[in-house]
Design a protein around this ligand. Structure first.
Ligand code: NOJ
Length: 489
């Protein structure tokens, strides 16, 4: 149940697949993924079994932050296609029973958005020669920059090209409500909302105190030195969220709230789910993972996520050896689960490119999807905007032909998870094993490189690696780095 106990919605146990459009599938040979490309891959997504896709920003953008600097909220960037391509994608997805979520970038716009010049009052300004406080932008440096045209300082929680909107201004609320209504009228099923904890700040703009303890989630080192109690997470965010909720009606709103789980509760009064970043940033060890899961669940309706376009991929962060067990964890916890494109074939971080395109060094997590074992990975006929990483070692076509592949494991998990019910209840297990029960089912994950006992018995329903299920049935031992799901008889 979400939003204070209202009726269950389709997203509550959905698998949502994140499409990073620039890197998914190019259909016209310009080396940049596009909406027609996404549409052409819907049969694959249906085969995989996902319930919905989330399209990272598709709007016109100067790309200072790769689409998160939006220059027009109600249009499609020409390199991705047109509004009618999006209509066609939505219709084709719906025919296959796949819903479509867009990314609503609500806390800021691009500095190239016409509002910045035509409606400066929609942004946050400071008078005076010096910044009014010590706030640090997420990507480092002061959160205040001087507008060269007017000489005034404006606030930006991210890059200087991303001025923050003033949600205290009713015009901003009306305009963003209109954006939500515009997309819903076009058939969009819901939104992932960007940077929700930045929608409002301390009205007095006080300087942050020094941090006594490090913030619970990773931040830019400069931001880590301060306790971010004023530059985000202000009570006034509730007003912004109520506006978005009203505009969205029953369509799900999934919030990217970059705060520790213990601070997520108030956001769930308006949003249907919020990402559980505690899990994403957890160390790969049973106690840490278990605590992250428990804390997140206590917050309410969290959406599980283990990777996205901002952070190191699972195979790199938790290790190649653990990637399949991590898939079992993500997809057996219950609730909404987000799968980032490429994770289902075990993609790792790539080398990025030199010079970097993303100024915050996230190219490594955004390399093109690897569809086929050829140098361009089946992604494009042209020059890819970011090089392919290792298509000849990992690709969807080869894995589809191999029942023991990571891709087949994801598919099996997505099917099997429908059988699991009840909340995850942790059960005691050997050191190095994370185990929890979901009703009659037991999930056991061996985080170590040594064989470990399984804390329970039952019929093996699914295993992360070939051979593990037999092992589980007989010796009750879990192979190194393996995970199993058992059903009590
Ligand atoms: C979170 C997005 O996922 C990230 O890519 C972006 O840089 C920031 N929000 C700012 O919009």
């Amino acid at each position: 149940m979400s939003r204070g106990g209202e009726a269950a919605g389709w997203w509550e146990d959905a698998v949502v697949y994140e499409v990073y459009p620039r890197s998914y599938q190019d259909s016209d040979g310009d080396g940049i993924g596009d909406l027609r490309g996404v549409e052409s891959r819907l049969p694959y997504l249906e085969w995989l079994g996902v319930d919905a896709i989330w399209l990272a920003p598709i709007y016109p953008s100067p790309l200072a932050d790769y689409g998160y600097d939006v220059a027009d909220h109600a249009a499609v960037a020409p390199e991705y296609g047109s509004l009618s391509d999006l209509d066609a994608l939505i219709a084709a997805a719906h025919e296959r029973g796949i819903r479509v979520l867009l990314d609503l970038v609500a806390s800021h716009t691009s500095i190239a958005h016409p509002w910045f010049r035509e409606h400066p009052d929609r942004y946050v300004w400071a008078e005076g020669p010096e910044p009014p406080n010590n706030w640090i932008a997420s990507f480092g440096g002061s959160a205040w920059s001087r507008d060269p045209r007017t000489g005034r300082l404006y606030l930006h929680s991210f890059f200087p090209e991303q001025p923050d909107l003033d949600w205290g201004n009713p015009e901003v609320r009306r305009a963003m409500g209109d954006v939500v209504r515009f997309w819903i009228a076009r058939g969009v099923d819901g939104f992932r909302i960007d940077a929700v904890d930045r929608l409002a700040k301390d009205p007095e703009m006080r300087s942050e105190p020094a941090a006594n303890v490090p913030f619970a989630l990773p931040l830019h080192p400069e931001a880590m030195a301060l306790d971010p109690i004023y530059s985000r997470n202000a009570a006034e965010i509730a007003v912004a969220l109520a506006t978005l909720r009203e505009a969205a009606g029953d369509a799900p709103l999934i919030g990217e709230v970059y705060l520790p789980a213990t601070m997520l509760g108030p956001y769930l009064e308006h949003l249907d789910a919020v990402f559980a970043f505690d899990l994403l940033h957890s160390e790969w060890a049973p106690e840490a993972l278990g605590r992250a899961v428990d804390r997140s669940r206590e917050a309410g309706a969290v959406a599980w996520v283990t990777s996205n376009h901002d952070f190191s991929r699972v195979a790199t962060r938790w290790g190649e050896a653990n990637a399949r067990a991590a898939a079992v964890l993500l997809l057996t916890l219950g609730g909404t689960a987000f799968v980032y494109q490429g994770e289902e074939i075990g993609m790792a971080d790539g080398p990025g490119t030199d010079p970097p395109l993303d100024r915050y060094d996230r190219d490594r997590f955004r390399h093109p999807m690897q569809w086929a074992a050829d140098p361009r990975g089946g992604f494009t006929e042209g020059e890819p905007w970011l090089p392919l990483t290792d298509p000849e070692g990992r690709d969807a076509a080869s894995q589809r032909a191999d029942p023991g592949s990571t891709l087949h494991l994801f598919r099996a998990l997505i099917r099997m998870r429908r059988e699991l019910d009840g909340k995850p209840e942790r059960v005691p297990a050997a050191d190095g094993v994370l185990a929890f029960r979901r009703g009659r089912h037991l999930v056991a994950i061996n985080t170590t490189g040594a064989e470990q006992p399984i804390p329970g018995a039952g019929e093996p329903l699914l295993a992360s690696a070939a051979g593990v299920s037999e092992l589980a049935g007989t010796a009750r031992m879990l192979a190194p780095h393996a995970a199993v799901v058992l059903r009590a008889s």
